[in-house]
Design a protein around this ligand. Sequence first.
Ligand SMILES: Nc1ncnc2c1ncn2[C@@H]1O[C@H](COP(=O)(O)OP(=O)(O)OP(=O)(O)O)[C@@H](O)[C@H]1O
Length: 395
Amino acid sequence: MTTSERPMIELVELTKTFPGQRKPAVDKLSMSIERGEIVVFVGPSGCGKTTSMELINRLIEPSSGHIIIDGEDVTNGDPDELRRRIGYVIQETGLLPHRTIAQNIGTVPKLLGWDKARISARVDELLGMVGMDPQVYRDRYPKELSGGQRQRVGVARAMAADPPVMLMDEPFGAIDPITRDRLQNEFLRLQAEIQKTIIFVTHDIDEAIKMGDRIAVLREQSHIAQFDTPEKILSEPADDYVADFIGAGASLKRLNLSRIRDVEMTTDTPTGLLSEETAALRQRLLESDWTAMLLLDEQRRPRRWVTIGDLRREGRSLDTVGLPAHAVVEGHSTLADALNELIESNGGVAVVVDAKGAYQGIVDLETIMVAVRAMREEHSAFYLAQKQQPEDAAR
Ligand SMILES: Nc1ncnc2c1ncn2[C@@H]1O[C@H](COP(=O)(O)OP(=O)(O)OP(=O)(O)O)[C@@H](O)[C@H]1O
């Protein structure tokens, strides 16, 4: 087996019985996780998600079973050495309050004996990666950051020594829904670059669908109810337990599966620059089939939606007429994010921007309907193919 084919994490009948308890909290958990995938553990409170995770980096020592990382059995080696190869992010971040952000992020590199210049360069690089300006934040203390920023620092710290594996235990759990969405999207964008092997714990099925390449739905004692892609779990829940866990609205949840970059957005919306002459803008809008035009700034970032009426208002700066173009999403956002934005938006559309905030196109309800229809058809085809298989085999 070549290195790239070998699973990154293998759990073999991993079991933990806490002292004084009869039933194991985790009972013979076996699974295999590929290199570069995000596997989400989802399940009700107390089913054993956190214990399973902490068995993998041996914060909790297993009672029996094996942990194999990249082909190597690490069940009995030095746990500190193991933990340096596995980044760990938890809900409360676990940042040390009396250490600066730079010191917090540099903890593991320091333990590994890196020199000061190398640690400092790595800290700045990581802060940049999680979208925080190193100049502004490296010397601050955790209490001087917002919850979302602390969570970003937690992620940066876990990545400090570039571990191949990351464990993330409800990393965005204690964050308001808007910041949470943003952090999820940022993290997925980052993951596309860093390609870590990640186990991600949540009790929120929507988060699981959005973040997971595969989802393990767990019942008590970390027994696996179903381990499959989000698509399969939504369309073919293994049993009533999984179906109940998904709950109502599987179609709406499926919107979490498609990303804006995978659908055909509208790009013929008339646009103009805030700096252009009003007459030229008016002319362009009149020549289009649209009733409103999107005005962009010099960096092509969306600023205002304006109508012909707005463009007739002489003497007012274009930056104050019309309505602000608030509903902005990125290619990485899901259709659920886009739907949410456009429901709350002024004109019933979500404006799509690239990573630098520059305008790309728009998504409206029609775009979402077309994508949903396509997904449904794909499903029917999939079901049909499955149904036909046994007959084909009998022939
Ligand atoms: N240190 C411990 N000693 C004894 N029992 C424990 C210990 N830690 C966890 N347990 C028990 O093991 C079971 C699994 O707990 P665990 O924290 O792994 O669940 P979880 O799925 O992560 O729950 P939650 O979503 O509420 O965090 C629970 O019944 C819990 O009470």
